[in-house]
Unconditional design. Structure first.
Length: 131
């Protein structure tokens, strides 16, 4: 009877730590998925012309702050207009917009944070970036 109590006392902390780690991983995965969804939605809005590309970074920061717990958000927007260097436009790609968002989300354990990075790209559809 004493051996099983000793086993329970020794294994219970290990089980609790493993459960906490599993829950933490699920929360960080959810934060990444939520951030990716917001970034993809706003990126496609910009690629379709609904959001001006020069405002895309501010829009993303505002939406991520409203809908996630992400902090220290940094947004990098790159536009490739698909221009061909030799002047031949036949077969040229329409270009694309790439958004790189990084930040951190709080952990289950106090004072812990995990980095989150989302990189998404979308083709330019029906608009041209600034000159």
């Amino acid at each position: 009877c004493g051996g099983s109590s000793l086993s329970a006392v020794l294994l219970l902390p290990l089980v609790l730590v493993l459960c906490t780690i599993g829950l933490q991983a699920a929360l960080w995965n959810h934060a990444t998925a939520s951030s990716r969804t917001i970034v993809r939605q706003e990126l496609l809005r910009a690629a379709h012309g609904a959001t001006p590309v020069d405002e895309l970074g501010d829009v993303l920061i505002r939406r991520l702050e409203q809908h996630t717990d992400m902090g220290a958000i940094h947004v990098d927007v790159r536009v490739d207009d698909g221009a061909v260097s030799n002047g031949d436009a036949s077969g040229a790609s329409p270009g694309h917009v790439t958004v790189d968002v990084s930040g951190s989300v709080p952990g289950l354990v106090p004072l812990t944070r995990a980095p989150v990075r989302v990189v998404e790209a979308a083709p330019i559809e029906g608009w041209r970036p600034w000159p």
